[in-house]
Design a protein around this ligand. Structure first.
Ligand SMILES: Nc1nc2c(c(=O)[nH]1)N[C@H]1C(S)=C(S)[C@@H](COP(=O)(O)OP(=O)(O)OC[C@H]3O[C@@H](n4cnc5c(N)ncnc54)[C@H](O)[C@@H]3O)O[C@H]1N2
Ligand code: MOO
Length: 395
């Protein structure tokens, strides 16, 4: 059995960044920017007032000084005159600073009487001016690759970039397998259960920026599995669920093999997730996940999501980890890297505290909804005491 790290590097070797496409900015949320985008103008394009008040020429102005109001500058309405000594223009937040002015006094610090203002006795020291180009300059770049979050979208809009080059969404075909499965809402026989983890994997793939297609459940016959795998031939990634182990009805490896699977590995030192399989099926990367609900979802976090990120042109990196303090003693781990469902407790200002659940059966979904982390136990890790620092994956 190979290690999780080795298996992940073999998965990365199966995938490559996809082509790019241009999309309007309003449809770019969550997409991965594939080429740097450059600002088309300075922001702000002019020195602008940061407050509502009065623009004066008066870096050395003192309480009691008075000025004559000669005009008004609003956002989108510049004052085209010039402010000389002893003069002022009424100004509002975002308005261009009139020529000649070098300071904005906020209106709270001023008494106005007709077209005169007198400065109050508590003047704030700042100029309340945003310099031209203070946010960015024309030509400044938003670098790629990167995920376009709301902040990046606002920045691109401010840069006057109306459309962006992004990586195409990977199409993920998700195939649940097994005679025991029916879809939610259908009527199961007494010996059947409801297919569940395919919904989690679809949601995970979509949240990562993929287009996920849930194919029909493949029954445990070679003919049906072949049929459904054929339906996935034009996907960018095939994800099968179940049928990966050693039982008489575990057909995925056999059928995919007969269809031409170039297998990269089968079985890894991971718990849950031991019977994971990966390879290329007629050119399409394929992950064969174990069927147990938690096993497949954990494998989704550890293998499918990093693979999708790499296909989107982001760095080929393992799922992000964080550190926490063990809340209780835990026993030694066995020969497989163990991802234990755990709960986190914020402990004031330091690292959070983490405690694994006592039950770790990979069929227990309810526990997974309660967990907010997967506590990571390295292979053959010794017993650990409360207070020691450990790694986890946020869920
Ligand atoms: N003799 C051995 N038996 C098993 C081994 C082993 O090493 N030797 N490994 C165990 C481990 S670990 C796992 S994990 C499972 C994985 O088995 P499969 O990948 O073949 O999965 P299935 O047998 O098809 O299903 C396992 C379990 O999960 C349920 N399932 C499957 N698909 C879904 C779905 N889409 N939604 C909800 N539940 C699903 C299925 O009904 C089974 O209960 O093998 C162990 N056995
Ligand atoms: O590896 Mo299985 O995935 O432990 O339940």
């Amino acid at each position: 059995m190979i290690s999780v790290e080795e298996a992940l590097s073999k998965v990365f070797a199966l995938v490559a960044p996809l082509e790019t496409e241009t999309v309007p900015l309003a449809e770019a949320a969550g997409r991965v920017l594939a080429a740097p985008a450059a600002a088309r103008r300075d922001q702000p394009p002019f020195a602008a007032s940061a407050m509502d008040g009065y623009a004066i020429r008066g870096l050395d102005a003192k309480p009691g000084d008075s000025f004559t109001v000669i005009g008004e500058a609003g956002a989108g309405h510049a004052f085209d005159g010039s402010v000389g000594p002893g003069q002022t223009a009424r100004i509002f937040t975002g308005a261009p600073l009139p020529e000649g002015a070098d300071r904005v006094v906020i209106q709270e610090d001023v008494t106005r009487d007709g077209d005169r203002i007198i400065l109050g006795d508590k003047l704030d020291a700042g100029t309340n001016i945003r310099p031209a180009g203070g946010d960015f300059r024309a030509g400044d770049q938003l670098t790629a690759p990167r995920r376009l979050r709301p902040a990046e979208l606002a920045l691109l809009a401010a840069m006057n970039v109306p459309e962006v080059r992004v990586t195409r969404r990977p199409v993920v075909a998700i195939i649940a397998t097994g005679d025991e499965l029916v879809m939610p809402g259908e009527t199961p026989r007494a010996d059947q259960i409801i297919a569940s983890n395919n919904f989690a994997l679809k949601a995970m793939a979509e949240a990562a920026g993929a287009e996920a297609r849930m194919l029909p459940i493949a029954r445990d016959t070679e003919a049906e599995l072949r049929l459904v795998l054929d339906m996935a031939a034009d996907a960018d990634l095939i994800v099968t669920i179940g049928g990966a182990s050693v039982g008489d009805h575990d057909l995925v490896g056999k059928v995919a093999g007969e269809m031409g699977l170039d297998r990269a590995f089968y079985k890894i030192a991971m718990r849950p997730g031991k019977p994971l399989m990966a390879g290329k099926l007629n050119g399409v990367p394929m992950l064969g996940l174990p069927g147990n609900p938690v096993s497949s979802i954990v494998c989704g976090h550890i293998f499918m999501l990093p693979a999708l990120r790499a296909m989107l042109g982001l760095a080929a990196e393992p799922a992000p980890r964080a550190r926490a303090v063990l809340a209780e003693d835990i026993a030694a781990n066995g020969p497989r890297e163990h991802y234990m469902r755990a709960r986190l407790d914020s402990a004031g200002d330091g690292l959070p505290r983490i405690a694994p659940y006592a039950r770790q059966d990979s069929a227990l979904l309810r526990l997974l909804t309660e967990a907010d982390a997967l506590l990571l136990r390295p292979r053959q890790d010794g017993p650990r005491k409360a207070g020691e620092i450990v790694e986890y994956l946020p869920l």
